[in-house]
Design a protein around this ligand. Structure first.
Ligand SMILES: C[S@@+](CC[C@H](N)C(=O)[O-])C[C@H]1O[C@@H](n2cnc3c(N)ncnc32)[C@H](O)[C@@H]1O
Length: 221
């Protein structure tokens, strides 16, 4: 069964050749190969690779399986698109940094499990533009997807746009994302307010983010 998170990734693949980095069980490559997409599936670790190999062989699909760190196993321009999904934002940043030339040569489909704002900032500061974004819901969790490609954009003036990007305002799941970010910032604000050496700049920053969230919520009503 393809989960809503995996389905969102599949819906955002537009190319005819794709590399899925950190494939684990190879569910994404299997679904894409069935659609006629040429796929390279990679993973850094032997356990996931073995499971990927078994799943691919069971279905008799033609998918290239490679072991290695991040984009090291690819050649620039190997595939039109690169998927980095189900990983932390920091690991995605590290993988892109270590394979910058290859990353800039492809459309990137990124599905970070955390640190989304930091990843957006990193992309903008490193020669990428965010082409589109998407959201998926699984039970009470909301998952982000960011599509990036080489291009020039400016960092937004207001930090809130890195957490809750305007490109997502009309997404049906945007209210759920607002609630998630509000919970996160409130938790940080309360934690910091209760600490002995509360940093006033950081408190002000969180206050500002929460006030921007209130304005966005009013807009949603
Ligand atoms: C949580 S799984 C995500 C699987 C799949 N991409 C998904 O979205 O469901 C993360 C996978 O990334 C692999 N991985 C971690 N670091 C990696 C790296 N630097 N390069 C390639 N694969 C990596 C892990 O071995 C693991 O199989």
């Amino acid at each position: 069964m393809i989960s809503p998170r995996l389905d969102m990734i599949l819906q955002n693949v537009k190319g005819s050749s794709v590399a899925d980095i950190g494939t684990d069980h190879a569910f994404i490559p299997i679904a894409l190969a069935k659609r006629g997409v040429r796929v390279i599936a990679t993973d850094a670790n032997s356990g996931p690779l073995l499971s990927a190999k078994r799943n691919i062989e069971k279905r008799g699909l033609n998918i290239t399986l490679l072991q290695g760190f991040g984009l090291d196993v690819l050649t620039a321009g190997d595939t039109e698109e690169i998927i980095l999904a189900g990983m932390g934002g920091d690991l995605i940043k590290t993988i892109i940094t270590n394979g910058m030339e290859k990353a800039l040569a492809s459309r990137l489909i990124l599905q970070p499990m955390n640190s989304q704002a930091e990843l957006r900032q990193f992309l903008i500061e490193n020669g990428f533009e965010i082409a589109s974004e998407d959201l998926a819901k699984e039970e009470r969790k909301v998952y982000n997807l960011i599509v990036a490609k080489a291009g020039k954009t400016e960092l937004p003036d207001n930090e809130i746009d890195l957490h809750l990007p305007p490109i997502l305002y009309n997404h049906p799941l945007f209210p759920m994302l607002i609630e998630k970010k509000e919970r996160e910032f409130k938790k940080q604000f309360i934690g910091l307010s209760n600490s002995k050496n509360a940093n006033s700049t950081e408190l002000k920053r969180l206050e500002n983010l929460l006030s921007c969230i209130n304005k966005l919520k009013e807009r949603e009503l």
